[in-house]
Design a protein around this ligand. Structure first.
Ligand SMILES: CC(=O)N[C@H](C=O)[C@@H](O)[C@H](O)[C@H](O)COP(=O)(O)O
Length: 235
């Protein structure tokens, strides 16, 4: 039985503060661990988290699987970009390691397949390939990924930049690969989650729409009369 079986048909919640979220208290492992405990109480089947400190604190706070990553910057390959980062995420206690599996150059000059080998040599953590296209997903599976996620669709030059989630990519991956396909990226409501499962998703990840007070407020505040007044030329 794989840890991925625990995710089947469920909601995974990404507990990652935005870079401009107030540092005190949001960008703090203790706070993110409390957020993780709350989403698990609400029904999350797994938690996705960034950085060894948050991963360690969340592992200690919840009993569901943790999908870990290590973001390095915001340009090019930045989700667990190197083999060393992936091993560090495994050491921090992640059950599954999310790794950029796009076909862009990586900062350590190595390949996604090299990262898979490094993780396998370290222990039994699984690899989730974050991709932006179906071709990247197929290549990642050939190179040893245990699951693929649509995380990077809309964030690379080769993928469509829609407002909503890329449900088409979920369906294409489901028809092309034999590993679990995880829907991730811009899922904001129950209807979109239902559509992802209808397209064959194994699990759906929701991040900012659940765990970022900053994102949620920025999303809703423009609907208020006060915001409309402010956006008027004299407002
Ligand atoms: C592109 C990128 O950096 N994605 C990151 C991946 O770990 C996170 O910043 C997202 O919050 C996560 O994918 C969930 O997506 P959303 O917050 O849209 O539900």
């Amino acid at each position: 039985m794989s840890v991925l079986d625990d995710l089947a048909g469920g909601l995974v919640v990404s507990c990652q503060p935005l870079p401009d979220e107030p540092e005190d208290p949001m960008r703090d492992p203790y706070v993110q661990a409390r957020v993780a405990a709350a989403v698990v109480r609400g029904g999350a089947v797994a938690v996705r988290a960034n950085g060894p400190a948050d991963i360690g604190a969340i592992r200690a706070a919840v009993s569901v699987p943790v999908i870990g990553l290590h973001k390095r910057g915001t340009e090019g390959v930045f989700i667990t970009p190197t083999a060393a980062d992936a091993v560090e995420v495994a050491r921090a206690g992640a059950h599954v390691i999310a790794v950029d599996a796009t076909n862009r150059p990586r900062p350590d000059g190595r390949t996604f397949a090299d990262t898979v080998r490094a993780v396998r040599a370290h222990g039994d953590a699984l690899i989730l390939a974050d991709v932006s296209t179906a071709e990247e997903g197929m290549t990642a599976v050939r190179d040893g990924a245990d699951a693929v996620a649509t995380t990077l669709s809309g964030y690379t030059s080769t993928s469509p930049c829609g407002q909503g989630p890329d449900l088409g990519l979920v369906a294409r991956l489901v028809s092309l690969v034999r590993v679990p396909v995880i829907a991730e990226g811009r899922y904001r409501n129950a209807e979109q989650i239902g559509l992802a499962f209808a397209a064959g998703a194994h699990a759906v990840v929701v991040g900012n729409a659940i765990t970022s007070p900053l994102w949620i407020t920025r999303h809703l505040a423009p609907a208020t009369p006060a915001a409309a007044l402010e956006s008027e030329p004299d407002g």
